[in-house]
Ligand binder design. Sequence first.
Ligand code: SF4
Length: 364
Amino acid sequence: MKFDLDAVFVEDGCANSALATRVLRALPHGVPVTHVDDAREVSRPEPGAPDPFGAGKRRLVIARRKTPFLMPCPAGSSKFACCGYLVLTLASNCPMDCSYCFLQEYLADNPAFQVYANYTDSFDELDKLTANAHGRSFRVGTGELADSLAFDSITAISRDLVEFFATRENLTLELKTKTDEIENLLDIDPRGRVLVSWSLSPDAVYRSSEHLTAAPAARIAAARALLDAGYRVAFHFDPLIAYAEAERDYLQLIDELFDVVPPKQISFVSMGGIRMTPRLRNAARSRFPDDRMLCGEDVLASDGRFRTFTPLRLSLYRALAERFRKAGAEIPAYLCMEPASVHEHVFGTVPARPATIGERLARG
Ligand code: SF4
């Protein structure tokens, strides 16, 4: 197991689930396991803990999800040129600890690392979605409120997911990760229906801000291995952080990526500048007071988030977009949580509708 756990809690009714059986079998000796009536009791912030959010990440809770698994991407908004992404919430929170992570705000009142024992019920929701939308294709991801593969070595959820999506013509699964936990995927044939994507940052950002994640070179090596195993791969340059040497470092990172994964084998790339609500910025700066990446030149934008000063942000987007264009193969690219006007500045075109982008990315 690559991440430390302080405790595991199993909600009543989940003890005999396949997930709980696998997790308890794989747990290292010495991690206490407690059975609880209601997972909500142990999912709240620990009273008196010096860092309740950080403590929550080390408490694994196996519970039943009582609300739907499938929802539109929570980052979506009519203000932004969105990508038509659908989110499947099979877990909540993440054992890694990036200083800029929006979960510090989003899950502040509910920080335990929860994994849902009834996750295969989500397959019925997906089948209903496609039955009601004849001929349409959807890109569905599990990496929004959790990393898709962190802890897969003990949950093995990815195997069931890949086997399900491999048999569904109109669905593409996106597993989004900052790990290199790919062992469970290597011997299953995804039949072209599974994309694995990595968020990539230069070494300076990785060292300063992406605690417990796999090094960028290890993420790229994992992408190569999965490409060879029949998976599609994609990369998110998000959050882009405009520190002093950023342009040089991001372009070097892209060169390192293209050396291992040729551009024509990349399904798409996305970019998104660092963005933080005031509450998130306060939480991040108080948990990571020495992280210089959290102290860039930012201004409060009209959507209520601090964003990098627009000329700096646009210049970085354009430099990367130019590098992708020069790569000799057309790599579909989109911006995350940016208005259409920024898209036009960067790519010189009006963005397509979210549903159209979603279908294009799903079909590959
Ligand atoms: S890997 Fe992703 S989900 Fe996990 S802490 Fe970092 S940004 Fe958050």
